[in-house]
Design a protein around this ligand. Structure first.
Ligand code: NAD
Length: 725
């Protein structure tokens, strides 16, 4: 698994080539092997230097999480972390040069190893990334990475990288100082590594001399005191619901910057082991590591057999079309971006260029990266050109008639084998595909805005969608590096449907006279990224309106005066039709959007009524309403077979609408209280707030059959699907 090769000049090259895992990961056998090898190499006085590289596509993608599981207690986790740190310390204090020749991506513990080396040379390829993503699953580096990164690039640059878990391309990693030099080929990589060893026979890290290293923001200095105080407030605010990782990282940098590296590493190991055992981290690991891996593994064999997707045709150069084009181009696809006329298509392409400029300004992209992405995108109004593309994505406005016309045109220019994908966020595919000659070729791939940063896609399979179309959608999600969930066709699928319920509950609260600011704060206090009314503005009020109407049609109900839907649609009608407030897009919705920021509109505030002293509504009441309505709708999605597995629901809620990650996701949250308690609470809520809170059948079934959660109840879910089909 680690190949050893002796090179000229007594240089030892260690190449990672894991046989037990598809990518290079630190497993127990890997760790033991590394320990033995390093000990032997260092003991050999003739060795002049060490080069680490990889025989696989990646360099080293971190530690296998299973290493830390198996009911290990915090002491064992601390010891594992120290074991890793000890190897890295031996390498950096050996006195002879050690180089990382990064032929592929280095993440987590892989990056930690690279930072413990005296020099890092990397291949400049856009598929390669470097960084510390641990925080995204509630953790932090545990091999000394946080302490070395801070010393290498400074507290101010290190902190955001660690707290956001950012991944950097090689050019950006070089600009920030994580990598020392870039080359184009593997031969050059090894040449450069050897040259460094030959030119630097005695090498030590500059931080070994603690006197010389003191960060300008070290807390001993007034500027550092101020910086850490401000960051402590920011972390509380920006990372609410994201576990304790960001706070731990901050305090580790604070304490570690006052100490030598050895003691700083001990503090890091302590924090890492404490984090690992927290309930919030465990839930994040279950959903965002194991759950996401399961989602990514859907249809893997079929995806591998599917021909590669090189080119994508996108219809509609609006918000979503541009986002999809940007994502597809930056993941190496040729893109034909089509709109009604060439000037609109060109305008869309120019707007992508402006987005890329913003990324450059925020130091998230290099200028080379921008040129490469822009070269991949061609603006067009020629439908014939789409016939050259491997797959087509329709992203025009949310209108059944307009979309049907587009499919008609597409069927005229495309050969029958080409799959058509729709990015509709709410319209049932069985309505959209009605007039198609070959409706089996239509499948849904619901992207989220902003497309580039949103990792989730919801793949929608209509009754008639062919297996081939489904596999093509999965293949596309895979090549765009998105996390897929597969859901059944219906109004709003899973994510939009739950989001609209949450928003509708907020609108009902508003209509009752509850102050909008209180409603918004209740959403944020639940750990959601924005309040429900702000979310409504982002989604657009017309999308919510059309989804609610679609729901009535699908469930074959009339709009009854005084019903919940009637009240919500009444508010929407006032905002949309009487005041032309569509949401963010028209710069007017529940909020007014101005250059300086946004604030609740006078129309929204006008709903506020005097407090009802006899029947006061507390923040807790609103929080319960906003949360439990999401839980009820999620359970209904299982009942109706829209969702098939609990982990997909958990993953989609966190990655789709920002459900607080530390809960483990919405399905896990359904069972937080215990099923009996939830049933009791829903019974009370349905009496106080309305029928919509009535417990779904599936909750009672879980209780009757003694299942603690939907995660355990595969049999019930399978039955629910059967009953429904
Ligand atoms: P948009 O209004 O920003 O863009 C639509 C684009 O399609 C416009 O540029 C328009 O000129 C073009 N267009 C319309 N008819 C066309 C035709 N016949 N031929 C060629 N081009 C045509 O819309 P959007 O927000 O990008 O939404 C697009 C789709 O994505 C919708 O189905 C929407 O529901 C879905 N969606 C939107 C969001 C969101 O947050 N906006 C999120 C997920 C999914």
């Amino acid at each position: 698994m680690i190949n050893l090769q002796q090179m000229d000049g007594n240089i030892t090259c260690l190449s990672f080539e894991s046989r037990e895992t598809s990518v290079n990961l630190i497993t127990e056998p890997f760790l033991s092997h590394l320990e033995t090898l390093i000990e032997e190499i260092i003991r050999n006085k003739d060795t002049q230097g060490i080069i680490f590289t990889s025989g696989k596509k990646d360099f080293l993608l971190g530690a296998d999480l299973n290493l830390f599981l198996d009911d290990k207690d915090p002491v064992e986790i601390y010891q594992l972390s120290r074991r890793l740190q000890k190897i890295f310390r031996e390498l950096e204090t050996w006195g002879k040069p050690v180089v990382s020749a990064l032929s592929g991506s280095a993440l987590g513990a892989g990056m930690e190893l690279a930072l413990a080396c005296h020099y890092r040379v990397a291949i400049n390829h856009r598929s390669i990334v470097f960084g510390f993503p641990e925080v995204k699953i509630g953790l932090m580096p545990g091999g000394g990475g946080s302490q070395r990164l801070m010393r290498l690039i400074g507290i101010e640059k290190a902190l955001p990288l660690l707290m956001k878990g950012s991944k950097l391309d090689p050019v950006r990693a070089k600009e920030l100082g994580l990598v020392d030099s870039l080359v184009e080929t593997k031969n050059e990589l090894l040449e450069k590594a050897v040259a460094f060893i030959q030119q630097n026979p005695n090498r030590k890290q500059f931080w070994e001399d603690q006197e010389k290293w003191q960060d300008p923001l070290c807390p001993l200095r007034p500027a550092g005191q101020k910086y850490f105080m401000e960051m402590a407030v920011k972390v509380q605010k920006d990372y609410l619901g994201h576990g304790v990782g960001p706070q731990k990282i901050l305090s580790c940098l604070y304490e570690g910057s006052l100490l030598g590296l050895e003691s700083a590493c001990q503090i890091e190991a302590q924090s890492f082991s404490e984090l690992f055992k927290l309930e919030s981290s465990q839930k994040m690991i279950q959903t965002l590591f194991f759950g996401v891996s399961r989602c990514r593994s859907i249809g893997q064999k079929k995806i591998q057999e599917h021909p590669p997707i090189h080119s994508v045709g996108i219809i509609g150069a609006g918000l979503m079309g541009r986002g999809i084009a940007h994502t597809a181009a930056s993941t190496g696809h040729k893109v034909h971006l089509l709109d009604k006329d060439i000037s609109t298509a060109e305008m869309g392409r120019n707007l992508i260029s402006k987005e890329l400029d913003k990324l450059i300004l925020a130091s998230d992209l290099s200028t080379d990266g921008k040129s490469h992405t822009m070269e991949q995108i061609k603006a067009t109004d020629d439908w014939e050109e789409l016939s050259k593309c491997d797959i087509i994505i329709e992203a025009i406005d949310e209108n059944v008639e307009h979309k049907r016309e587009v499919y008609k045109k597409l069927e005229e220019v495309l050969t029958k084998d080409k799959v058509i994908i729709t990015n509709t966020s709410s319209l049932p595919l069985e309505v959209l595909n009605k007039e198609m000659e070959n409706p089996d070729r239509l499948v849904g791939l619901h992207f989220f805005a902003p497309v580039l940063d949103s990792p989730l896609v919801e793949i929608v399979k209509a009754k008639v969608s062919s297996q081939k179309s489904l596999v093509s959608a999965l293949k596309l999600a895979n090549t765009l590096q998105k996390v897929p969930i597969v859901v059944r066709d219906g109004y709003g699928f899973f994510t939009t449907r739950v989001m609209v319920c949450y928003i509708s509950e907020a609108i009902l609260c508003l209509n009752e006279g509850i102050p909008a600011a209180l409603i918004e704060n209740a959403g944020i206090a639940l750990g959601l990224p924005i309040g429900p009314l702000a979310l409504a503005d982002n989604m657009s009020l017309s999308t919510i309106d059309s989804l609610l109407r679609e729901k009535l049609k699908v469930t074959r109900r009339e709009l009854e005066p005084g019903s919940d839907e009637h009240l919500v649609l009444g508010v929407l009608e006032k905002f949309l039709h009487r005041h032309l407030r569509l949401g963010v897009r028209s710069k007017k919705g529940f909020y007014d959007y101005e250059e300086e920021g946004h604030h609740l509109s006078e129309l929204t505030k006008s709903y506020e009524k005097e407090k009802d002293r006899e029947n006061p509504v507390s923040l807790e009441d609103i929080k319960n309403r906003l949360m439990n309505i999401q839980l009820v709708e999620t359970m209904k999605c299982f009942e109706e077979g829209v969702l098939n597995t609990a982990h997909e629901g958990d993953v989609a809620s966190i990655l789709g609408w920002g459900f607080p990650p530390e809960t483990g996701g919405i399905v896990s949250n359904c069972h937080k209280l215990g099923n009996e308690k939830l049933l009791e609470e829903l019974n009370k809520m349905s009496i106080r707030w309305g029928e919509r809170f009535s417990a779904p059948k599936i909750l009672k079934t879980l209780i009757n059959k003694n299942f603690n959660s939907l995660h355990e109840a595969r049999e019930i879910l399978a039955n629910a699907l059967l009953e429904d089909s």
